[in-house]
Design a protein around this ligand. Structure first.
Ligand code: SAM
Length: 244
């Protein structure tokens, strides 16, 4: 469904204040975008943005950037962000937030974004990461339910392949870690091996996050995590970092 073209979606993305339109122009100065020097965390392959926006709400002292390469998916994230803003506004004005219903597809009028909003979106392919972020600019990276690319010949497209690890380690600060969740055991096993072979340190991992009390503490669910765990699939998670 992600390849389906939603009429008007490009216009909605273009008009959204949540979306950073020339991300390369902020390389090395993301603090200016947020208007503060707080740590910056990125999620690559954000999807519809639930995890990113819930994390931003949970950690107001951090900044979050969601990266997603498809317009049709980014459109959903933008709609969701604007809905949340409208609901928050309704609540402030003493209206019932539940009375704010889904912003329909094709609507180009925008509710805007709150002044001190601590999340933004970028519509791009993660392969361009180093064009958008300077060395040691990022405090942490999240990968959630990344596309598995099961064929051997597509190994290099997996977001946990060394092609990407070498980009991540450039933009990550000394103390930064990569957190990866998936229900796909093949992709997870590949990732454990690839990350180790590449010379990074896998600090923690579990094959059943939701039954691992310690690692699951404070877990923020993603759309895919909700869907697959409700079907009974165990969720795998690892935390890794380059060896410093
Ligand atoms: N993270 C979300 C979740 O857990 O619910 C979405 C998971 S979805 C399976 C993976 C998303 O990653 C898709 O929306 C896809 O478009 C995006 N994606 C895959 N490769 C990407 C890349 N190289 N750069 C940016 N986004 C990518």
């Amino acid at each position: 469904s992600r390849l389906r073209n939603i009429p008007g979606s490009v216009d909605v993305i273009r008009a959204s204040e949540y979306v950073i339109h020339e991300p390369e122009s902020h390389r090395g100065k993301w603090a200016e975008v947020f208007g503060n020097n707080r740590p910056v965390y990125i999620e690559i392959g954000m999807g519809k943005g639930r995890f990113l926006m819930d994390m931003a709400e949970k950690y107001p002292e951090r900044n979050f950037i969601g990266i997603e390469m498809y317009d049709s998916v980014m459109f959903r994230a933008v709609q969701k962000a604007e809905m949340r803003t409208e609901r928050a506004r309704a609540e402030l004005e003493g209206r019932d937030p539940e009375s704010v219903i889904e912003i329909p597809a094709g609507v180009t009028s925008r509710p805007g974004r709150p002044e001190n909003c601590n999340f933004r979106f970028i519509r791009m392919d993660a392969r361009k990461l180093c064009e958008v972020f300077d060395e040691k600019e990022i405090d942490g990276i999240y990968l959630n339910f990344s596309d598995p690319w099961p064929k051997d010949r597509h190994e290099g497209r997996r977001l946990t392949s060394r092609n990407f690890l070498c980009l991540y380690e450039k933009v990550m600060k000394e103390e930064a870690v990569l957190e990866f969740k998936t229900d796909n055991r093949q992709l997870f096993d590949f990732s454990l091996e690839e990350i180790g072979d590449y010379g990074w340190d896998v600090k923690e991992h579990t094959f059943d996050l939701h039954h691992n009390e310690e690692m699951n503490r404070g877990n923020v669910m993603t759309e895919y995590e909700e869907k697959f765990s409700s079907k009974g699939n165990p969720i795998c998670k690892l935390i890794a970092a380059p060896v410093r």
